[in-house]
Structure formats: structure tokens, C-alpha cells
Design a protein around this ligand. Structure first.
Ligand code: NOJ
Length: 544
């Protein structure tokens, strides 16, 4: 069968860091041969696309987003050959592979920067953004507000300041320099030729700087991305870009262009509102942001997520909403980082199984492609006492053996300690134990993935929110070609009833998708449904 160029619309993406997954050579770090060994697990889970966090050569001061050689696999993780084997083995199982293209910055250990800072006249000077005047671009926000005081850092070697939107050890590249544009294009081509299926474009709003602006989402940035896209399409037909643009919906919209920029972009503003909706037991945060979400070109797709490798960012909410989120989900100040919350899904839900299921029901049924963060399929916990975001990046918990079955080295040698508290520790939460219990969260997640894959409407369908009188219920129709799905979520911790106006579907029979259970036929009268605490229904509306 010829490959479907829109494959990403039906994908179920699994995000992981090779470092965290499985250590095959006993150096305390997960590696590519280890990840390859675990592909059967991922295939069995049902995911069909892996998004790999950066694995390039790095001093590891920003978990690999600080790259010192774009062309090398970091030796802890294996060799280029190991990477290539992994890609081939993933493909053999019909699993696509997305990798990171970190365009905005490099590590300060990258040879370009070492040369650039060496002298004001060095050949690579213009690869970065230098100034004598650190008041330049003074209105630009600081993203890592807990660690950085300024977007400029003074360099004692050459006596000027260099620009950085993230850590001071991550200088921003200067996209006004055509050589930078060309160098990054070459990196794109190099990795494309390894057979990967696409790229997450890291920190993509910040490529250019212009005085008097926020230096975000500038037209020059979009113009460059369009050039990259043209090159991607010239070389291959079915490879994609997924933009990380942590922005309001109206500002993310241009990253899709007219179908000629990025194929996908994360829906950042939706994510915290899902957490607000469940805690407030009110559907408004979700319906409001969905109303504010612009239509995107036919070939484009939102990437939806609950948690990822960063803090749960609260940049795309009001101050009042942020205070609410902090109060409800991060009472312990240690759980906070920058503007966000450094916790995993299960602890955020107080390990509440029904709440975790409900959030996944939303993740898997709202319009877009779901992205699961590794470990969340078994309800892994976190460790807010590790620095930065490391507490949500601990080793995958495979079994109850020492080091959670992740590695056989002595515990001190692990890149990070495994989670070992009584509630979320590896002896309680691990893949092996959950594989043996049909009622486990792992089995539940597998079923959800399987059900979703039976219907294209989840990934490709339209959405219509149904109006009714119970704000604790969020109900919508997803429709695509001859599929019509009705999704009903109870955001409340108590049982609820709802009457839905379903006249339009008079004569149809709702069939619940998980058990294939027939419900009473829809008629002229309002359709009554009752739902238990935090429960949900996914129906197909069958034409009997
Ligand atoms: C976004 C990544 O998700 C984050 O982990 C990283 O620290 C910044 N970009 C800087 O590269």
C-alpha cells in the first residue's frame, strides 16, 4: 500500500528520551540498543510514532537541548550505527520516528560559539547575536525566569554581550546570517537522509530579533520556516514538521502557513485548561479555548498533550488562572518551576485512576493527535527534589528489580535516581506487574489506543460541542466521512445526568465503543445520559 502522506493525523505519538528508557551497556544511561530492545513493548502498547528528545553530542546542561555537535550521537547513548538500527527496527514495526531539530541555539561548547567568542573579527562571529549594549531588545520576556536575569550575557573573552532566550550557556544563533540559515538546512538534510519521518522544531518562535518587538513569531521567522519546508518537500513526500510554539492560538496559526510551513503544532493553551476544567468541574475552560482556536489548513493537525518533559507550562493562561493552577496543583513551592509546575500526570491527579482515565479520554478524543509522555501509561510518579525538570525525567520503571529493571549498574551510577517512594516507586508501579493484571492502567491505556485506532474521526473529524444545561459535562460530536462519534465526559467527582438535544440523529443507535454495548435509540426527545464520577462514554452513532 502506498504510504499515506497524512499519516500524522492518525498517529499516536509516544515521547521519550533515549537516556531514560533502557540501559543495555551498563553505563547508567539508556541507549539506542536498549531502546531497540524495548520496541516490542511500544508496538504492543499500540503507539505508532516515537518522538525522541535530543540525543546529539552535548554537555547535558539542558538535557541535550544544548548541542555541541549536531552531527554526532552522544556517546553515552550509542553510535550513529545504533541510531540507524533503531530507526530501521522501528520502521519494521510500522512505527515512525520524529527527532528534534533545535534551530534556535547551540551549546556554548559548540565549536561555532567557541570560534565566535574568540575574537570580534573571527569568521564565525556573526553566527551569534552580539552587542555592546545589553539594553537592546529590552521588552523581550525572560523564559527561564528562575535562573536567568537577562537575555544577554557578558562574554569576558571578547568583551561583548551575546543573546540567549534560554540558559546563558545556550547562545542564540543569528538567523540574519545566511550562513547560519544554510548550516541549519544542511543539518536538516543530513538527518532526513537517515530515514527519520520528521522533526519537532524546538523553540521555533525565537529565531530572529527585531528592535521594538517581542522578538517572537516575526515574519522573518515564518519566511525561513517556509524555506525549510520547501526543502523538506523537495526531498521527501511524507515527512513532517511539528512546531513547538508556546503561544496563543492566534499566534500559532501562522506556523501552519497555508499548509506550507509546519504540519503540526502543539496546542499549548488547551493543555492547562484541561487541568482547570477537571478541577473546577466546569467545561468552560475547554469550550472557550476551543472557540478561540482558529481553523487550520486541511493538511495540518494539532498535537495534543497532557504532560511532557518540561514543566506544565502556565504561560498561556491569565495571572488569575495561573494562581488557581498553583493553588490547586502545586501547593508545595518545590513543585513550581519558572511559571509552571514540574509534576507528572499521576501525582497531579493524586493518583486518582478515574481522573487519569478521564484526562486521557479528553486527550484522545479532542481534535488532534495525542502525544503520550513515557511512563504516563503506567502512572509513573516524579521527584520534585531533583533540580530543574529532572524530576519528571527519571528512569522508566520496567519491573521490581533493583534500578527498576532499567540498568544493572550500582544505583549511584544511574544518570538519575529511580522513583522509590511507597506510592509511585518502581516496586509498586512497573510495566511487568501491570502487564500481569488485566485491570492495570497499562492495560487500560492499551485498550484506549486500540479503540481510537478503529475510527479515523478521532484524528481527522470535525468537532461540534453539544449545548446542554449541565456545565460539569463536556459533550461533543466528532464526525468524519461515514463515522459519527458522540463523546461525553463527566468532569465532576460526583455522578451527573445530562440531557442532550440529539434530534439531528433521530433513529440512530449509540454503541459504546469499549464494550460494543448498544444504548437506547435516539428519538425526538432529549437524550438522557447518567455518568458516574469522572467517567466518560465514547459512542458511535450507528444507522440501524
Ligand atoms: C524547549 C524544550 O522543550 C526545553 O526542554 C528546552 O529547555 C528549551 N526548548 C530550550 O532548548
Amino acid at each position: 500500500m502506498p504510504a499515506d502522506p497524512l499519516w500524522y493525523k492518525d498517529a499516536i505519538i509516544y515521547e521519550l528520551h533515549v537516556k531514560t528508557f533502557f540501559d543495555s551497556n551498563q553505563n547508567g544511561y539508556g541507549d539506542f540498543p536498549g531502546l531497540t530492545q524495548k520496541l516490542d513493548y511500544l508496538q504492543d502498547l499500540g503507539i505508532n510514532c516515537i518522538w525522541l528528545l535530543p540525543f546529539y553530542k552535548t554537555p547535558l546542561k539542558d538535557d541535550g537541548y544544548d548541542i555541541s555537535d549536531f552531527y554526532e550521537v552522544s556517546p553515552e547513548y550509542g553510535t550513529m550505527r545504533d541510531f540507524q538500527d533503531f530507526v530501521n527496527e522501528a520502521h519494521r514495526r510500522d512505527i515512525k520516528v520524529l527527532i528534534e531539530l533545535v534551530l534556535n541555539h547551540t551549546s556554548d561548547q559548540h565549536p561555532w560559539f567557541l570560534e565566535s567568542r574568540f575574537s570580534k573579527t573571527s569568521k564565525k562571529r556573526d553566527f551569534y547575536v552580539w552587542t555592546d549594549d545589553p539594553k537592546k531588545f529590552k521588552d523581550v520576556r525572560i523564559i527561564f525566569s528562575d535562573t536567568e536575569q537577562s537575555n544577554w550575557t557578558h562574554d569576558p573573552v571578547s568583551g561583548q554581550y551575546y543573546w540567549h532566550r534560554f540558559f546563558s550557556h545556550q547562545p542564540d544563533l543569528n538567523y540574519d546570517n545566511p550562513e547560519v540559515q544554510k548550516a541549519m538546512m544542511e543539518i536538516l538534510t543530513f538527518w532526513l537522509n537517515t530515514g527519520v519521518d520528521g522533526f519537532r522544531l524546538d523553540a521555533v518562535p525565537y529565531l530572529f530579533e527585531r528592535e521594538g518587538t517581542s522578538c517572537e513569531n516575526l515574519p522573518e521567522t515564518h519566511a525561513y520556516l517556509k524555506k525549510l519546508r520547501a526543502e523538506l518537500d523537495r526531498l521527501y513526500k511524507d515527512k513532517i514538521f511539528m512546531a513547538e510554539a508556546n503561544q496563543w492560538p492566534a499566534d500559532v496559526r501562522p506556523y501552519f502557513g497555508s499548509g506550507d510551513e509546519c504540519h503540526m503544532a502543539f496546542h499549548f493553551p488547551l493543555m492547562p485548561r484541561i487541568f482547570m476544567a477537571i478541577r473546577k468541574e466546569d467545561n468552560t475552560p475547554i469550550t472557550e479555548i476551543m472557540q478561540r482556536t482558529p481553523v487550520i489548513p486541511e493538511s495540518c493537525q494539532w498535537a495534543l498533550f497532557l504532560r511532557n518533559h518540561d514543566e506544565l507550562t502556565l504561560e498561556m493562561v491569565t495571572q488569575e488562572e495561573r494562581d488557581y493552577m498553583h493553588r490547586e496543583y502545586a501547593a508545595d513551592p518545590k513543585a513550581r518551576l519558572n511559571l509552571g509546575i514540574r509534576r507528572r500526570l499521576a501525582p497531579l491527579m493524586n493518583n486518582g485512576r478515574r481522573q487519569m482515565e478521564l484526562l486521557n479520554s479528553l486527550l484522545f478524543s479532542l481534535p488532534g493527535t495525542p502525544v503520550i509522555y513515557y511512563g504516563d501509561e503506567i502512572g509513573m510518579g516524579d521527584n520534585i527534589h531533583l533540580g530543574d525538570r529532572n524530576g519528571v525525567r527519571t528512569p522508566m520503571q520496567w519491573n521490581g528489580n533493583p534500578n527498576a529493571g532499567f540498568s544493572e549498574v550500582s544505583a549511584e551510577k544511574l544518570y538519575a535516581p529511580v522513583i522509590s517512594d511507597p506510592l509511585y516507586g518502581y516496586q509498586a508501579i512497573n510495566v511487568e506487574a501491570q502487564s500481569m493484571t488485566q485491570s492495570s492502567f497499562l492495560h487500560w491505556t492499551k485498550r484506549m489506543i486500540r479503540v481510537r485506532k478503529n475510527f479515523k474521526a478521532f484524528g481527522r473529524g470535525s468537532i461540534e460541542f453539544l449545548e446542554h444545561k449541565n456545565p460539569k459535562i463536556l459533550a461533543y460530536i466528532r464526525a468524519y466521512e461515514n463515522e459519527t462519534l458522540l463523546i461525553v465526559n463527566n468532569l465532576s467527582r460526583y455522578a451527573q445526568a445530562v440531557e442532550l438535544d440529539m434530534k439531528k440523529y433521530n433513529g440512530r443507535e449509540p454503541v459504546e465503543l469499549w464494550g460494543n454495548t448498544k444504548f437506547p435509540k435516539i428519538g425526538e426527545l432529549p437524550y438522557l445520559l447518567t455518568l458516574g464520577p469522572h467517567s466518560f462514554y465514547w459512542f458511535r452513532l450507528s444507522k440501524v
